[in-house]
Design a binder for this molecule. Structure first.
Ligand SMILES: Cc1ncc(C[n+]2csc(CCOP(=O)(O)OP(=O)(O)O)c2C)c(N)n1
Ligand code: SF4
Ligand SMILES: [Mg+2]
Length: 299
């Protein structure tokens, strides 16, 4: 399908805004190999955003969009928080849910799309902050996993409520004093990745966004496993530089400092047996295709 969805009727081409014309020319819709390397080139990967300058959420958001396997057949579900300021700039279908309700909305949406388009693949991807995922939305997050809803939940973990000035969240690190949490966090981060694994998620990954190849692989794995098997969860450290007192160029170093062995965001991946079989088959198929392509080129 690819760009068919966004093509402009010839009669109306001239009166469409130049931004839309550019989208149709440059979007990577339909490109099988799309990925983080398209960031900066392709129109649907957000040219502008209203996050603070240097906020790691901006590059994380771009990676997520660039790595969607089928953006033209994807609906994203956002929630209130810093990410909700970005969705209006994105040329991928999206719904803004009430704060915390995102996984309930995504459940209904995924089921409705399956009924409405039984012959098509329609991916649903939740993208929400840690406050929405773990605190106010925890019930909805968990219940969607218990019910084995077939969509991916991505949490941008900046370890506090950034959009409202720095209140404590369940994912805040122990001992951290926020601008709106002066008593300091009294206990460790809620182990949501382990809770996700034990609540029925078939693919779970935790990381910072300092290594785009790794982020790309995890996003694709999560979406494809959700499509075929059941719920998946990705937790990405996207530090709120404003709240932790860093300058706009310091986000990347902060992520690197937090992902070493034994650190809060050391890379972690949990894969169910079912998902492992599926991902191994997918990998073997990809290698077969690559080999066939190389052989054809050599002729
Ligand atoms: C139902 C409801 N409760 C509370 C709020 C106020 N509110 C807006 S954003 C936010 C915090 C968001 O935190 P998080 O999900 O971690 O996202 P971040 O801003 O950190 O990216 C809160 C409490 C709201 N908009 N709606
Ligand atoms: S408040 Fe923090 S998380 Fe929100 S846009 Fe600014 S730096 Fe990013
Ligand atoms: Mg947050």
């Amino acid at each position: 399908m690819g760009k068919e969805k966004i093509k402009i009727n010839d009669e109306f081409y001239d009166i469409m805004p130049p931004e839309y014309q550019e989208l149709v020319e440059e979007a990577t819709y339909g490109k099988e190999s799309r990925g983080w390397k398209d960031v900066g080139e392709a129109k649907e990967l957000i040219e502008e955003h209203s996050l603070c300058a240097g906020c790691p959420e901006s590059i994380a958001f771009r990676y997520v969009l660039a790595c969607l396997p089928k953006p033209e057949d994807t609906v994203m579900v956002g929630s209130t928080g810093c990410t909700s300021l970005v969705f209006p700039h994105v040329a991928v279908h999206n719904i803004h849910s009430l704060f915390g309700n995102q996984n309930a909305i995504a459940s209904g949406l995924k089921r409705t799309l399956a009924l409405r388009f039984p012959e098509k693949v329609k991916d649903v991807v939740v993208l929400a902050g840690d406050g929405a995922t773990v605190d106010i939305g925890l019930d909805m997050t968990l219940q969607s996993w218990f019910r084995q809803e077939k969509f991916t939940t991505i949490c941008f973990d900046n370890e506090l409520y950034a959009n409202t000035g720095g209140q404590e969240s369940g994912l805040m690190q122990k001992g951290f004093v926020g601008k709106m949490a002066p008593a300091g966090k009294k206990f460790d981060k809620v182990p949501l990745p382990e809770i996700a694994r034990n609540s029925g998620c078939h693919y779970v990954a935790v990381m910072t966004v300092s290594k785009p190849n790794r982020v790309e692989k995890a996003i694709r794995n999560a979406i494809l496993v959700a499509r075929e098997i059941g719920p998946t969860y990705i937790q990405l450290y996207t530090p709120c530089i404003l709240e932790i007192g860093k300058q706009m160029m310091e986000g990347l170093q902060e992520m690197r400092d937090s992902e070493g062995p034994g650190k809060r965001f050391e890379f972690k991946e949990y894969v169910s047996d079912e998902a492992k079989v599926f991902l191994d088959e997918m990998d073997a198929e990809r290698k077969r295709k690559k080999k066939a392509l190389r052989a054809a080129r050599a002729k």
